[in-house]
Design a protein around this ligand. Structure first.
Ligand code: RB5
Length: 141
């Protein structure tokens, strides 16, 4: 699966960790930045990841900032983007099963490294359940 990954400076270290994990499990990563710890603005990277998901270049996106909140707010302003801010694997799984989330947001200053990778792994392997959940998603557009 091709996955766009972006962060601001608050999520930079976790972006690097997550990209390494994604590559190790055979995913195709499109890293849109940022590329160092210099202070940047999270909406710029949410825009880049969401554009790749919207235009089909990438199937899914992952966004990391300090809390995950800024990225979540930014990503959900984009049409057809369903971004989920997840702090553990239960919400990661439900965001796929019930919400068909196509962007995962994480807080690099909130999660331990093992939890973050567990969230990413769960989110990637969980399928959308469809049915009544699709009817609800249809009401979002
Ligand atoms: C940057 O300091 C921080 O505000 C940002 O990473 C994020 O947490 C915003 O929601």
């Amino acid at each position: 699966m091709k996955i766009a990954v972006g962060s601001d400076h608050g999520g930079f270290e976790y972006k690097q960790l997550i990209i390494k994990f994604l590559q190790e499990i055979g995913q195709d990563v499109d890293d849109v930045g940022c590329y160092d710890n210099q202070s940047v603005d999270y909406p710029d990277f949410a825009d880049k990841v969401c554009a790749k998901v919207q235009n089909g270049v990438c199937e899914r996106g992952i966004l990391i900032c300090g809390t995950g909140i800024g990225m979540s707010i930014s990503a959900n302003r984009h049409r057809d983007i369903r971004a989920a801010l997840c702090h553990e694997s239960y919400t990661a799984r439900m965001s796929r099963e019930h919400n068909n989330a196509n962007v995962l947001c994480l807080g690099g200053r909130v999660l331990g490294q093992e939890i973050a990778l567990d969230v990413v792994g769960t989110w990637l392997e969980t399928e959308f359940a469809g049915g009544r959940h699709q009817r609800r998603l249809d009401k979002l557009s």
